[in-house]
Structures are given as structure tokens and as C-alpha cells.
Design a protein around this ligand. Structure first.
Ligand code: HEM
Length: 396
């Protein structure tokens, strides 16, 4: 039975996931109490099958977990139609390709600012942290800008988000649970205050727009509004930080692909970004619950039972991808499911792609001889896979 929490699995889950795919069907996993769908066909079906729902199980005791519970049960990600359709359609207006493209100058400005800062750190310390100095602040600043989250409080976003998402890991500790509960309360009450303020003094930001929808009546209640803002603020940076970090480390460890990227950073940025997400997925596991007896890959998932779609494993399936264990920054087509599939397909995919397609070539142009200064440090988690620290220098 695979241990999804063991340090050796977390260091490199791919050989074990390859073994799991050899089973050719979803496998029951006793420690987590769910089936694991590791092959592309099954994992994709889990995300698309409408009899497998995203159903949030409230945390007990519910009075202590109140804010955490409704932040999930009233969010887009953890609801199903018709509520999901209503909530999703409200934010899709802000995430359409035209609106996202309009963010380009702001993303370029933030990228330039961060690269200038990284250059400064480099000149003082001889190295900088690709995560803390670049990959992390970039999406945090972009999503904060889009929602109108105050600059002075941006530093609160990452700790709140990280505390909350620890609950998505396979077995969170008691300390993690306490931290998640507290972060949920603080984040919800902060956004509530902000929303009340925006109702009084509307701006041109997404929080003001959503607050106006709530004011107008039926479409959005207060909890839904807060849950939507918190979800966007969290989802808007968490996976982007890790996707960029994972992809950059994989490239820096692969001389052939690094040479390709150096030779034409702007030309291959778009395919490189999707290969970053495919090769070492920042999000590995999403659960669904069967609302009726449902068959996946020849296995019956009984009503009420859970099944997980293993995205990172699916993206290494040789039935779909040629040389799946090789990083290929010009891979095309690249039908990975790192952004999900079906009705919960990532709303922020165009934004995440644009951010990376701008920041990756800008980084490589500024520091063409970028190299790892030390072994990168992994975060001890499987579901949200990423690095804690990636120290780099500018090479010769
Ligand atoms: C590399 C970056 C990203 C990756 C890999 C990623 C991946 C995903 C995946 C796999 C899902 C589906 C979860 C499921 O089916 O259960 C999802 C949903 C979602 N993502 Fe992303 N995401 C990224 C960036 C973003 C950004 C920048 C935003 C911006 C707001 C965002 C907002 C959302 C939202 C709101 C949902 C819920 C959609 C729904 O339930 O209908 N994501 N994301």
C-alpha cells in the first residue's frame, strides 16, 4: 500500500505513481479511505463524470470550524450545480481572455520591479531565492491587484492561504488544523471588512464589483461573496508559485532543456509553461464523491464513496504522452490535465499562463546564466507539490 506521506514518496512520487498506473484501473487506498485513479483516462473521467461531485465534508465540531466550513461550502470549488453555475458565472466575466489580456502591462510592471529587486539581492548576497524573491510575490501581487486587496496587507495572503491549504494534505497534524481554523476566521473577517468598505467606496476592482452584485440582491449572499474572494485570492497564487518553481528547477537540472530555453526564451515560453505544469504538477490530487453508484475504469465507486483524480500521475501516462518522464519545453500538443477538466476546470488558467509566459522569458533574459546555487528545498507535501526555497545565482 503506498504511503502518500513518506519522505521518499514526496521527494520523488513518480516511480510509485508509474507502478500504480500499471494496475490499469482505480485502486482502493485504505489509509485515505478512497480510490485512487492514476491513469490519464480514469483521472480525466473522475473530473468529468457528473455523478462524481465535489462535495465538501464539514469539519467537526462545526461551531469551532464555522468560518472554515462556510468558506468551503459556499465557494465555487466546493459546490455543484446549480449553485456552482451561479457562482462561477459571476466571476467568469472577470476572467475572460480580454480582461486577462488587459492585465498584461501590470504583470510586466510587477515582473520588472521584482527582477530589479532580485538583481539588488544578487549584488549584495551573490544569490537570490527564486521562490521568495520572484515566483511567490508575482502571482500574489497580480491577484491582489485584480481583486483590489490593499498593498499594505499583501504579506498576509500567503500565510493565510498556506495555513488553509494544509487541510487538503493527506494527514494534517493537530497544529496544522488549529492554524487552518484560525486562518479561516481571520481571512473571512478581513475580507468581510474590506467588502463593507468597498460598498461605501466602490473602486474598479473585482471585490467592489462582487460587492455590488451582492447589494443588488438574489445572486450572491454575504458568505458566498466572502468565500469567492478568499478562494480567488488563494487559488490565484498558490499553484502558480509552485508551478513556476517546479518547472524552473526541472529546467535548471536539465542542461539540454536549459540551453533550449536560453536560446529562445520568448519563442518557447508558451509551450514551456504548459510543460512546467505537466512535468511536475503543482496540484496532484483532487477528490470527488459518488452521488450514485458510478463506474470508473471497470471499478464501481459506490454511492458516498470517494475517488481521487491523480493529476500529476495522469500527466505522466505513456498512453497519452511520448517520453512522459522527459521534460520537453517545446512539447506540442500537450493535453495535460494540470488545470483540471470538466465543470471545475481552473478559472485562472489563462491568468496563470499569461503570468508565466511573461515572467519566464523576462527572468531568462535578465539572468541568462541562471543556475542553482544549492540543492532546492521541497515542501513536505504531496497534494500541493512545490519548493520552499530555490537559491540561484547568475552563473558566469
Ligand atoms: C499554475 C497555476 C494553476 C493551476 C495548476 C491550477 C489548477 C487548478 C485545478 C486542477 C483546478 C480544478 C480542481 C478540481 O477539479 O477539483 C482549479 C480550479 C480553480 N482554479 Fe486554478 N490553478 C492555477 C491557477 C489559478 C489562478 C491564477 C486562479 C485565479 C483566480 C485560479 C482559480 C481557480 C478557481 C476559482 C478554481 C475553481 C473552479 C471551479 O470549481 O469551477 N487558479 N485550478
Amino acid at each position: 500500500m503506498i504511503d502518500l506521506t513518506s519522505p521518499s514518496f514526496i521527494a520523488d512520487p513518480y516511480p510509485t505513481l508509474a507502478e500504480l498506473r500499471k494496475e490499469g484501473k482505480p485502486v482502493w487506498h485504505e489509509p485515505t479511505g478512497m480510490f485512487l485513479a492514476a491513469g490519464y483516462k480514469d483521472a480525466n473521467q473522475v473530473l468529468r463524470n457528473r455523478d462524481l461531485g465535489r462535495i465538501f465534508t464539514p469539519k467537526e465540531p462545526s461551531d469551532q470550524w464555522e468560518a472554515f466550513n462556510w468558506l468551503h461550502s459556499d465557494s465555487i470549488l466546493d459546490s455543484e450545480p446549480p449553485k456552482h453555475t451561479r457562482l462561477r458565472s459571476l466571476v467568469m466575466k472577470a476572467f475572460n481572455p480580454k480582461m486577462i489580456e488587459a492585465l498584461r502591462p501590470e504583470i510586466e510592471r510587477i515582473t520588472d520591479e521584482l527582477l530589479a529587486n532580485a538583481e539588488q539581492v544578487l549584488s549584495e548576497a551573490g544569490q537570490f531565492d527564486l521562490i521568495a524573491d520572484f515566483a511567490e510575490p508575482l502571482p500574489v501581487k497580480v491577484i491582489a491587484h485584480l481583486l483590489g486587496f490593499p498593498d499594505k496587507d499583501e504579506h498576509l495572503l500567503r500565510p493565510w492561504s498556506q495555513a488553509i491549504v494544509k487541510m487538503y494534505e493527506v494527514s494534517p497534524s493537530e497544529a496544522d488544523k488549529d492554524a487552518a481554523k484560525l486562518a479561516g476566521e481571520e481571512f473571512a473577517s478581513y475580507v468581510h471588512e474590506l467588502m463593507l468598505e468597498r460598498k461605501q467606496n466602490p473602486g474598479t476592482d473585482l471585490i467592489s464589483d462582487l460587492a455590488a452584485v451582492e447589494e443588488a440582491g438574489e445572486k450572491l449572499n454575504t458568505h458566498e461573496l466572502i468565500a469567492t474572494c478568499v478562494l480567488l485570492l488563494n487559488a490565484g497564487h498558490e499553484a502558480s508559485v509552485n508551478g513556476f518553481g517546479n518547472g524552473m528547477v526541472a529546467t535548471l537540472q536539465n542542461p539540454e532543456q536549459l540551453a533550449k530555453l536560453k536560446a529562445d526564451p520568448f519563442g518557447i515560453a508558451e509551450t514551456a509553461v504548459d510543460e512546467f505544469i505537466r512535468f511536475d504538477a503543482p496540484l496532484h490530487l483532487f477528490e470527488r464523491t459518488a452521488t450514485t453508484d458510478t463506474e470508473v475504469g471497470g471499478v464501481t465507486i459506490g454511492q458516498g464513496q470517494k475517488i481521487a483524480s491523480l493529476l500529476g500521475s495522469a500527466n505522466r501516462d505513456s498512453a497519452i504522452f511520448e517520453n512522459p518522464d522527459q521534460l520537453d519545453l517545446t512539447r506540442s500538443p500537450n493535453p495535460h490535465i494540470g488545470f483540471g477538466a470538466g465543470i471545475h476546470f481552473c478559472i485562472g488558467a489563462p491568468l496563470a499562463r499569461l503570468e508565466m509566459a511573461i515572467s519566464l522569458p523576462a527572468l531568462m533574459s535578465k539572468f541568462p546564466n541562471l543556475s542553482l546555487a544549492k540543492d532546492p528545498v521541497r515542501r513536505p507535501s504531496f497534494v500541493l507539490r512545490g519548493y520552499e526555497q530555490v537559491l540561484v545565482n547568475a552563473g558566469q
